[in-house]
Design a protein around this ligand. Sequence first.
Ligand code: 5GP
Length: 203
Amino acid sequence: MLVVSGPSGAGKSKLVEALRARVPGLGFSVSATTRPPRPGEREGVDYFFLGESEFTDRVARGDFLEWATVYGHRYGTLNQQVDETLRQGKDIVLDIDTRGAENVRRLRPEAVTIFVLPPSPSELRRRLEVRGTDSRDTIEGRLAAAGHEIAAADGYQYLVINDDFSEALSILQAIIIAEKARCFRQQDKLRGFQKQGGFEGFR
Ligand code: 5GP
């Protein structure tokens, strides 16, 4: 499980999308949200767009691995999305805020956590403005929240500066490759090798 966080406008969604195009079989956790869809966003692809009462019902039913209020709307990771993908033997990326990530870290300590940062505060503002999908108030709200988000970066395992997009993408891919090579994630292969025996001559 890969948890990616960072301030709004850091370029997380684009990076994750490009990462999925590069890494075959990498699953993505489609979150549920009460935020209205932006132009071009698709139900069940970008988010599951829920009404307030539907979201509340699903919280009560225990459908969420975690959920949080971010920039005035509720967002949550659906257990079903995560469990189903992991059951298929795939890795899964969660694009969630820092509070959500904190909860996931507690529940799934094996999760790999990555914080994506833009190269500078002025570039962050510029990216939010050129996106052109949010109102002035929304942009100011997101910038105000950025400081709080960035303060949580220290608790993550990796920091990726999204200055040059393709370089940031390569770093994300390298993290996946290195994490998959860690001994504790390859215990079955190691044990399988050892079970074949034939080491007597090397002792
Ligand atoms: P946006 O509205 O720009 O799509 O997302 C706003 C913020 O909500 C982003 O920082 C994103 O990472 C976060 N977010 C999206 N889905 C979830 C989720 O399921 N849980 C939590 N905690 N945060 C989420």
